[in-house]
Design a protein. Sequence first.
Length: 239
Amino acid sequence: MVIGEDIKKKISDTPDGVVLTIGDFNVDMQYQGALVKALNRLVNQGTLRRLSKGKYYKPRKTIFGTLKPVPEEITKDFLEKNGKLVGYITGNRAFALMGLTTQITSSLLIGTNRYRHPLTRGDYAISFLQQHNPITEDNIPLLRILDALKFIKEIPASSPDSVVTLLGSTISALSKAEQIKLTELAENYTAYVRALLGAIMEQNNLDAGLLKNSLNGTTNYKLPISEQALPNKRNWNIL
């Protein structure tokens, strides 16, 4: 099989850095093996690059060199399916965009409602965080706040104190409806996340009653946060 004009056009019309899969070419099953061989020839010619099995992209060339696809493109099959959101990027990449860290790593964390095994694509190690809340466009920014609290001890090039301070400003800037939704989503997170969120909200004069009622008053939470950053932390049994 040689590459037909429609396949050549597909590649030509695809922007640099966009990941293409075998399914994007709408080739009958019986011809897919031949299609793979044809695409691999284009890899050898330098027209395409292989990201992983069955996934290709046109390299984007700049004065700084050849750029790889952005993480959102590399993981798009985990983020959306049949036009519906099924996952979201969280972890250090999201935390960097939130201003919580300046360090970018080659590890990607995807929040998803179903468990998946870790895998590698290109230079990226991809792992998954099981999310028990609905994943919607409106929820994702709020889920990332909760994820940052969950991983507060692990965010690189940052400190728990600075994360608490920055998230306090972020949460204060949310609308009242968003703050209420944030506390509702927190119900599906572990207790120390709810305690930490409650303390941050109380410190910023926001309603944290729902969070307080969700906690066991005899349980303590050992978190490396100073009283300078969170003076009311003992109100929430944070030691």
